[in-house]
Design a protein around this ligand. Structure first.
Ligand code: ADP
Ligand code: ZN
Length: 608
């Protein structure tokens, strides 16, 4: 008899310790159990892995999972073993004896799940061994890596299309957290999933409170202030350069924050140490380039700060999405500037790629800045970008909490555009502002005689800089990076003409003074943070459980959250279970964890 959803729910409860399916998990699993192919797009933290793990446990044979990174695989395999699932990974880092032992287990039918990298899987020897074993399901994780339109293209993913011929009778599932319609179409054709059902979840992440702000003169000061306003929490700060991560991490450490840098230029062993430090510490702040990326699924990351903006909305959602995976409230703050946008566009221009692909990439950059600069709810803007319709405002981003006021600046914009025109695009932002204010040092006679010289006394220098940024974001001006000494020139002649004629009106947004991401008033209530609602006695027990978890994690050399999530410990602290049955009722306590830790947890509860 084939397994059905009731069997699946039973495993979800018993083995994984979750009360019921979330989002689209149930229909995706049903499709797998029926032996059909599927494509599932679920947001980060949406619970993609049980979509293939449960069918792998229910269908005869082993579940094969293709995953792009070793770190990602070892995390998942460890988490599964903790649940009592027989999981293994096969990667180049293993000793030959270990590989042999794993292949033997596979042949003897002693594995529920096996994880491989795409390169590892496509080796003739691996394919031969796997073809000889019955396969329950074949899952391709992070499937967007197959698309060169996406932001994470990995050429080795291309070979995975052959799996359709090699394993024609095994149901295949492609899962990803970010895929616009075009990437989805690519996944279908590259992975030969033509007839597969498609499941696209809402991209809503109600636990994320989003903020974005333009960079001011000293961005590192700002980042330090933002981090220090969030003490005792774990977070990630993304920086655009290796050097930036080092400097920021030093700066934060000097100010007493537990912070370390992470980038691809560091030794592999240093990177591993720092990754493990981050995963193991409850209050660690990692200052990283995007090399610190996929597979960072520490559940209690409470904030992600972009000291430099991401490359596209896909990357934004994925990077921000690393916060709040445990479902508790988390924050994202993005700092950005017009210069960042110019550089992003310039980098695409310099890359060797077909013009059509370059255009797609540039449009993605513009869409990101349109969201950052836009007046409407940030979460809603992202969800619309991913193709959702009828999305409601989130109610907790900076735009929702403090709707900005638009101030008409068309006349000032005319002055700025005509100053750029007169100056012939030979100067940068600073000189342009001096010109408008009539304060150019050692001004030449010809410049002083220009009709735009000193014509802009109505704004402060900061006001003009904001307006010039606005014109850059709107594409009316363009910045030539000029190797670090940027020059500003006119762009989009039709648009500029329309502004001159007054046909196109311009407004700048002024966020009300009340909004400040570092201040309490600007921050959402600490809804849901696991311990936030605990009172005296329960709080004491929660702390005792955390101390036990820390010791247990250290003993096994594992991150604490692999043992139990904060939320589970908080639930235990409130319920004070006195026996195994009562403990088993708590969300996050499955049979495997009950066997491993039940007695120890009950002892901690009994002691308090
Ligand atoms: P992702 O989609 O990002 O790969 P995971 O599969 O790692 O997400 O799941 C994210 C978190 O959600 C994990 O901590 C997992 O235990 C939890 N989770 C998954 N499914 C459920 C569920 N049905 N109920 C409660 N928690 C769940
Ligand atoms: Zn909002």
């Amino acid at each position: 008899m084939t397994a059905n959803l009731d069997d699946a729910r039973e495993i979800l409860r018993h083995t994984f310790g979750h009360a019921d399916f979330r989002g689209l998990q149930a229909p995706v699993i049903a499709e797998m159990l029926a032996g059909r192919n599927a494509l599932a797009v679920l947001p980060t933290g949406g619970g993609k892995s049980v979509c293939y793990q449960i069918p792998a446990l229910l269908r005869p044979g082993v579940g094969l999972v293709v995953s792009p990174l070793i770190a990602l695989m070892s995390d998942q395999v460890e988490a599964l073993r903790q649940l009592g699932v027989k999981a293994a990974r096969m990667d180049s880092g293993l000793a030959p004896e270990e590989r042999d032992a794993t292949w033997r287990k596979l042949s003897a039918g002693q594995l529920d799940l096996i994880y491989l990298s795409p390169e590892g899987l496509m080796q003739p020897y691996a394919l031969e061994r796997l073809s000889a074993a019955p396969l329950a399901v074949l899952a391709v994780d992070e499937a967007h890596c197959v698309s060169q339109w996406g932001h994470d293209f990995r050429p080795e993913y291309r070979a995975l299309g052959r799996l359709a011929e090699i394993f024609p009778d095994v149901p295949r599932l492609a899962v990803t957290a970010t895929a616009d319609a075009r990437t989805r179409a690519d996944i279908r054709s590259e992975l030969r999933l033509e007839g597969a059902a498609e499941f696209v979840a809402s991209f809503a992440r109600p636990e994320l409170a989003l903020n974005a702000e333009r960079k001011r003169t000293k961005p590192h000061d700002r980042v330090a202030a933002l981090v220090k306003a969030r003490p005792g929490r774990s977070g990630i700060v993304y920086s655009g350069s290796r050097d930036g991560t080092e400097k920021l991490a030093e700066r934060l450490a000097a100010e007493g924050v537990a912070a370390k840098a992470y980038h691809a230029g560091l030794d592999k062993s240093v990177r591993n140490d720092r990754l493990n430090w981050f995963l193991g510490e409850e209050e660690a702040v990692m200052v990283a380039t995007i090399a610190f990326g996929m597979g960072i699924d520490k559940p209690d990351v409470r904030f992600v700060i972009h000291a430099d903006p991401p490359g596209a909305i896909e990357a934004y959602w994925q990077e921000i999405g690393r916060a709040g995976r445990d479902g508790d409230l988390a924050e994202g703050v993005t700092l950005y500037s017009a210069a960042d946008m110019s550089w992003a566009l310039e980098r695409i221009r310099r890359r060797d790629m077909p013009p059509e692909a370059a255009q797609v990439q540039m449009r993605k950059v513009r869409q990101l800045y349109a969201m950052l600069e836009g007046p409407t709810c940030r979460a809603a803007a992202v969800r619309r970008y991913f193709g959702e319709s009828d999305v409601a405002p989130c109610g907790q981003c900076d735009r929702c909490l403090h709707p900005p006021k638009g101030v008409e600046v068309t006349e000032a914009a005319q002055k700025a555009l005509s100053a750029v025109h007169r100056l012939g695009g030979r100067f940068g932002r600073g000189r342009l502002v001096e010109h408008l204010l009539g304060k150019t040092k050692g001004v030449s006679e010809s410049e002083a005689a220009m009709s735009t010289y000193g014509v802009g006394k109505e704004f402060s220098p900061g006001g003009w800089r904001d307006l010039i940024d606005q014109l850059l974001f709107e594409g009316l001006l363009a910045e030539d990076p000029n190797d670090g000494r940027p020059l500003i020139g006119l762009a989009d002649p039709d648009g500029v003409r329309a502004v001159y004629r007054g046909e196109r009106r311009l407004t700048v947004l002024h966020a009300p003074e009340a909004h400040d991401s570092t201040s309490r008033s600007g921050r959402p209530k600490r809804r849901g943070e696991a311990a936030a609602d605990l009172s005296g006695e329960a709080l004491g027990l929660f702390d005792a459980l955390r101390a036990w978890r820390r010791a247990e994690a250290a003993r096994q050399g594992l991150p604490p959250y692999v043992i139990f999530h904060d939320q589970t410990l908080a639930d235990i602290a409130v319920a004070r279970p006195r026996n195994r049955d009562a403990l088993a009722d708590i969300n996050g306590v499955g049979a495997g964890k009950l066997d491993r830790y039940g007695a120890a947890v009950l002892a901690v509860v009994g002691d308090q």
